[in-house]
Each structure stands twice: as C-alpha cells, then as structure tokens.
Design a protein around this ligand. Structure first.
Ligand SMILES: [Zn+2]
Length: 235
C-alpha cells in the first residue's frame, strides 16, 4: 500500500488504484493528477495492492475486493484490507478505480442506495447497482464512508480527465461542472458459461430462455463458470 495526499480540510476524497494489481489504469491516472491544484479539500492517492501490481497479478493470495473488512492475522490481501480500511476511515468519499478486459462501456458500480449521492458526480452514463444476492458485502466500497467503484474499459487510455471532472463536480477543483445524464441498471443474477458467443453484448438487451436482461461483464475472465451478469434497467 502506498498513500500520498495533497491539499487540506474538507471534503476528504480518496482515489484508490490497483485494488486489483493488474488493473493499472487508475495508477496511471493518479500519477497524472499528483500535482493537481485544489481549490479546497484533501485528496488522497492510494495504490492499494502494490505487491500484486509489481507482479502484474490481480492478487497474490485472495481477491482483495472480496475480503473486506480483512483480518490483521490473515494472508497478504486480508491484512492489506484491514490496513486500507484503517487509512481510508479518514476519507469522506472513496473512488475505487478498476478496469476490465470485457468489451464494454465504462460504468459505475454501487452496492448501497446512498452511494448514488457520489455516483451522480461522476461523468459516466451507466450506473450499475449490485443487488444483495450479488454483492456479498466484502468489497472495499461496502466498508468505507461513501464509496463507489468505476469499471473502465481497459482500452480506455487516459482517464485522468474523468477523475479531474469528478473533483470539479465536487467543487474541489475550479472548472465547469459537467454532470452525465445517467442510466441505472440493477444486477440480479448470472448467466452460466455456455457458448453464447455472438449473442451477448454488454448493455444490449438480450433474451435467453424467454428472459429479457442486459448482459454485463461479458468477456471478463474473472468470473469462473459465469458468462455474464444479468441486469435490469432501473431508471
Ligand atoms: Zn477490478
């Protein structure tokens, strides 16, 4: 774990990169924002799983984003989860930055209704709520004051402009506020892995066995035996 900060006072916002060590998009964006001039508030830059990032792996022993609140006596990621929460207790808002190899538009992930308060500050159109049956309560954003995850397409390139716009929308950086008109989805189930090639396109409504749904994370290799998640439109 590596943490640096800039600014002072409230609000206190943390950008967290590399909760999954091989997802470097956040690390690169944070590097670009290191010298950002804040009009107010405190900004923390957190590189979460440094060890996995150095080894270019998702994790070393356990998937970090499935072991919160962690365990000080546990394996590498369980200890790290515990330490991260200790550090992030001081942040009012946590923006957890991920990337996926799935062919998809960028989207925001939430697990609690109150997180919409921060999601609406993010200039990304798609907002995905994980229902209780899917979110197991062990992700980073389940354990911080107010957190969201952003899932960027890994081919997205530089996302520092989007992170900067979040800070503008929060009033921490000077600039023109720009809010996206957002579309909400709620993830309620999974589709098991079979040969659905050509049939599933992320965020394109599909029918399988008489059921209409929006596929999500289709093409991700991180879900064993799962072809995709199933979502419905919520707003
Ligand atoms: Zn991730």
């Amino acid at each position: 774990m590596r943490i640096s900060k800039t600014g002072s006072g409230n609000p206190k916002v943390a950008f967290v990169a590399c909760v999954h060590g091989d997802e470097k998009i956040g690390e690169k964006a944070i590097e670009k924002l290191k010298n950002i001039r804040l009009a107010g508030g405190t900004l923390f830059f957190v590189l979460a799983n440094e060890k996995a990032a150095q080894e270019n792996k998702r994790f070393t022993e356990s998937d970090l984003n499935r072991v919160f609140p962690g365990n000080p006596e546990g394996d590498h990621e369980e200890k790290l989860a515990h330490q991260l929460l200790h550090e992030l207790r001081q942040a009012d808002v946590v923006i957890d930055i991920h990337s996926t190899e799935a062919d998809t538009e960028d989207f925001i992930i939430l697990t609690k209704k109150e997180q919409f308060r921060i999601a609406e500050k993010v200039p990304i159109e798609k907002c995905v709520f994980m229902e209780k049956s899917i979110a197991k309560g062990k992700a980073l954003i389940d354990h911080v004051n107010l957190g969201i995850s952003i899932e960027f397409n890994k081919d997205r390139g530089d996302v520092s402009g989007i992170l900067r716009q979040i800070l503008i929308n929060l009033g921490m950086v000077k600039g023109r506020k720009r809010i996206a008109s957002q579309v909400g989805y709620s993830v309620y189930g999974i589709i098991e892995k079979k040969d659905y090639s050509g049939l599933l396109v992320n965020f394109r409504e599909t029918e399988i066995n008489g059921e209409l749904f929006f596929p999500l994370f289709y093409g991700s290799k991180n879900y064993e035996n799962v072809a995709c998640l199933k979502a419905r439109r919520v707003r």
